[in-house]
Design a protein around this ligand. Structure first.
Ligand code: ZN
Length: 143
């Protein structure tokens, strides 16, 4: 799969505005984007640390995955996202290796990325997200 870098770390939080204050005032990082992803029932806030982002995730629905995560385990690290090329192929390959997938096909995530999750049952309990930013290598999109 050879991820090129950690694209972002997702952190489940119960109060986004309060958490943003900590990241801005204490850590001194600037929140550069707040985006709601209806599909995942979350509002996200992004910070850049080097080439890795921090994605804070606040649930917009008491039945949503982030609400359920916080209920069970409290706030904290929710997932790690790796930047990959050819995400569709990577998913097929992972499946061939017996990895259980949450998404068998990539879908659209925050910040215009194509994303897919691997099931934590296959990854030592760590929810792994694969991300591909197709805008970074537009030559492959040419007909
Ligand atoms: Zn993510």
């Amino acid at each position: 799969m050879k991820p090129t870098h950690i694209e972002h770390i997702g952190i489940a939080v119960s109060n986004l505005p309060e958490t943003i204050k900590f990241w801005e005032n204490v850590l001194g990082l600037k929140c550069y984007n707040i985006e709601e992803v209806a599909d995942q029932k979350v509002r996200t806030a992004f910070f850049m640390v080097g080439q890795t982002k921090i994605e804070l995730l606040e649930s917009t629905d008491p039945e949503g995955p982030i609400s359920r995560f916080i209920e069970k385990r409290g706030e904290g690290i929710h997932h790690i996202a790796f930047a990959v090329r050819n995400i569709g192929e990577q998913l097929e390959n992972a499946e061939k290796h017996g990895v259980k997938l949450i998404d068998s096909r990539p879908r659209r995530g925050a910040e215009g990325l194509d994303i897919a999750f691997l099931h934590p049952k296959s990854t030592s309990g760590v929810l792994i997200e694969l991300c591909e930013d197709r805008r970074q290598h537009p030559l492959t999109d040419l007909p």
